[in-house]
Design a binder for this molecule. Sequence first.
Ligand code: ALA
Length: 512
Amino acid sequence: MSLFAKKPLHQLLAQAEDSEKGLKRTLGAGNLVALGIGAIIGAGLFVRTAAAAGQAAGPGVTLSFIVAAVGCAFAGLCYAEFAAMIPIAGSAYAYSYTTMGELIAWIIGWALIMEYALGAATVSIAWSEYLNKLFGGAIPYEWSHSPFESFTDSSGVHHSGIMNAPALVILLLLTLLLIRGTQESAMVNMIIVIIKVGIVILFIALGWQFINPANHTPYLIPEGTAPVVDQAGKVIADYSGWNKHGLGGVLGGAAIVFFAFIGFDAVSTAAQEAKNPKRDMPIGILGSLVVCTILYILFGHVLTGVANWKDFVDPEKGREASVAYAISQYMTGYGWLAQAVTVAILAGFSSVILVMLMGQSRIFYTMSNDGLIPKAFGELHPKYKTPYKANWILFIFVGLFAAFVPGHVAGDLTSFGTLFAFVLVSAGVWILRVKQPDIERPFRTPIYPVVSALGVLICTAMIIGLDSQTLKVAFAWMAVGLVVYFVYSRHHSKLKNFNEILPHASDFEQKK
Ligand code: ALA
């Protein structure tokens, strides 16, 4: 069978209808926007905004948000076209199976593991940072950081991480919850979203009066900025790279804060539960993106105005739990807000982790049904009817990353996986318009093919803006994926059998 054999569209739609029997269409446009915001606002905003400012963009992190949002908007429009046309869980993986064939679908599925599984790991690491902040730093550095992290404090004591235990604990709790079957109603999600958005708006409104204009000058990190070293002389930030200062730094910052937008595509995995997917999927995907973009730009402006971006480089200052730091250091009289923000952020992170773990198990479920990964991933718990084996395997995998890998490494890999999927979804819309122009498209990406082409270009540029170390690890991960495909998946694919039974399946599709 050809590596590029495609799953016939009618088969995909039939699958969607089949599983409709089991899934209730209960989500309206408002719920979908809320679902998107629930999955979007998390560690990206509350942790990586400061990281991007401190490592690459300075106060220009607001511009980084705009660049990242534009890339997401193009990809988001393409997602909206697909999600309205093929309302099936499985998202980018399923879309590419029908447009670009099995090998590319496999590659996307493999990249999506980076998005969802490593996304969950990253947010659990951020959860651990904010928990430590809430406890006044009572959790020892050694037990709340990976072995790859170390620093020498102002008293000259050297600390090295052993494992990130709190991150592991939150993952375990949420995995148990997922296995029990989360009846996370739209209402509960809505409440979490209201709290999260409320906190962001409160910080923007109250912080505005504490903005010190001097912190915004210069707006970009100047060329020639000296590296920052810790007490032991170890370099903790180096600004010499093209993507670490000036306008290049804005792009480098965009690659870092891109993480903050991840999640709008998770709306597309709820397509089978949408009441009116044709109308509501585009509203859910694009609406959540617009709301978050506006909030992010304002938030970045206030954060880098209240505290100086240089504070966000120093592990003893605001590098971790940056929002709580900025409030407690510079917003006199608002100490209570720092505590309240921390609690709300912890709750907010939990929902992001939950959605990520759930999204990943749905992708695994779909890939397992297609035969590309072992059956165990698709097996349901006899009592709770959840893919419990997939959840446990996922816990081990995600837990290893959360416990032993630094947050920024897992976060950058997450961004790589997502950007990669975005590139292929943007290209996929174009390919399907050319190959199957007559399919009913309830939502059409405007200014075609410019939007698809720009989606591919901007997301590729952001991939290039990622750290070179991240790119090496990501390519190694993708290479492992190819080995798995050729050794296992190719031989177990059900599509192969489908084509054997119906050798003219694609003809059938044309005639339909
Ligand atoms: N966008 C999600 C976050 O920032 C993944 O936590």
